[in-house]
Design a protein around this ligand. Structure first.
Ligand SMILES: NC(=O)c1ccc[n+]([C@@H]2O[C@H](COP(=O)([O-])OP(=O)(O)OC[C@H]3O[C@@H](n4cnc5c(N)ncnc54)[C@H](OP(=O)(O)O)[C@@H]3O)[C@@H](O)[C@H]2O)c1
Length: 263
């Protein structure tokens, strides 16, 4: 006989009491994610390399919001560890890690990229994530609880001309996510990816619309998005979903306004 389903809880799940660290969160998608998580009850640590946008980003929250800022370059192991220690000292634990930091993107054909370009992209888009996962795992293991969300790009899922190294870096992050989701499930640590495409109100978008040729290509692509071009809150909504989900791990969710259906 099938087990009858239990009652559906009438209380909206929330993140009250949970501590989230979001790398690269002084603007764009990281900051939008911070707003979603704070609204859901989390205490949040914002981060960027220099702190140039610290006061603007902190100032976008109400004065009593449980938000702190830590300047740290997470493309280094020491920088990621510094961020994790800061969060632990300030809030006592880390329940959620959102790996969003990225130094930008150099779009060009592979045979025109230099070895320095390859390393810059892999360091900025893959090692930032590896370093931070490594820095928070010991704490999450002790807590026997944790959720890690990696922001990646659909360039890794469907391939995008001019973004070969982005594809390589984020393809690595997607593969890593699956393996670590298996390894750390026994500690009740979940790990997922949100895979996105070009998003308004970000430097990447500004760069594209400022360039006549790329802007034309993008207008064509945008016409294939039946739900309109993404904004930072679209990704933040998916981040909130993974943060609240109880039994979802090892997955990659594409948020791309119907542009493609990666398998
Ligand atoms: N925007 C898009 O259209 C798009 C498309 C596909 C995927 N994505 C991905 O989505 C994520 C967010 O993109 P975004 O456009 O919102 O980025 P963004 O506006 O350029 O913001 C990136 C953030 O990361 C920080 N940062 C960069 N390198 C860092 C490092 N080594 N350590 C700590 N912080 C660092 C930046 O601050 P500082 O520079 O002051 O350090 C900033 O706060 C990225 O992973 C990106 O690859 C974006």
């Amino acid at each position: 006989m099938a087990t009858p389903a239990g009652p559906i809880p009438d209380v909206r799940p929330d993140l009250a009491g949970q501590v989230a660290v979001i790398t690269g969160s002084t603007r764009g998608i990281g900051l939008a994610s911070a707003h979603r998580l704070v609204a859901a009850g989390a205490q949040v640590v914002l981060n960027s390399r220099t702190g140039a946008d610290e006061s603007d980003s902190l100032g976008s929250f109400p004065p009593d919001a449980p938000v702190a800022f830590c300047a740290s370059d997470v493309s280094t192991v020491a920088g990621a560890e510094h961020l994790a220690h800061f969060a632990q000292e300030r809030f006592g634990r880390i329940d959620l890690l959102v790996n969003n930091a990225s130094p930008g993107v150099k779009v060009d054909f592979f045979d025109r990229l230099t070895p320095e370009d390859w390393r810059w992209t892999i360091d900025g888009k893959m090692f930032t994530t590896i370093n931070c996962i490594h820095a928070v795992l010991p704490m999450m293991k002790v807590q026997e609880r944790g959720c890690i969300i990696n922001i990646v790009s659909d360039a890794a899922r469907v391939g995008t001309a001019g973004e070969s190294m982005v594809s390589a870096a984020y393809g690595g992050v997607i593969a890593l996510t699956k393996s670590l989701a298996r390894e750390f499930a026994r500690h009740q640590i979940r790990m997922n990816c949100v895979s996105i495409t070009l998003t308004t109100d970000t430097p990447a978008y500004e760069r594209i619309i400022a360039d006549e040729v790329r802007s034309k290509i993008f207008t064509k692509i945008a016409s294939k998005m039946p739900f309109g071009v993404l904004d930072p809150d679209d990704t933040a909504q998916a981040v909130e979903y993974f943060a609240l989900a109880r039994r979802v791990t090892g997955q990659t969710l594409s948020v791309n306004s119907g542009l493609s259906f990666p398998g």
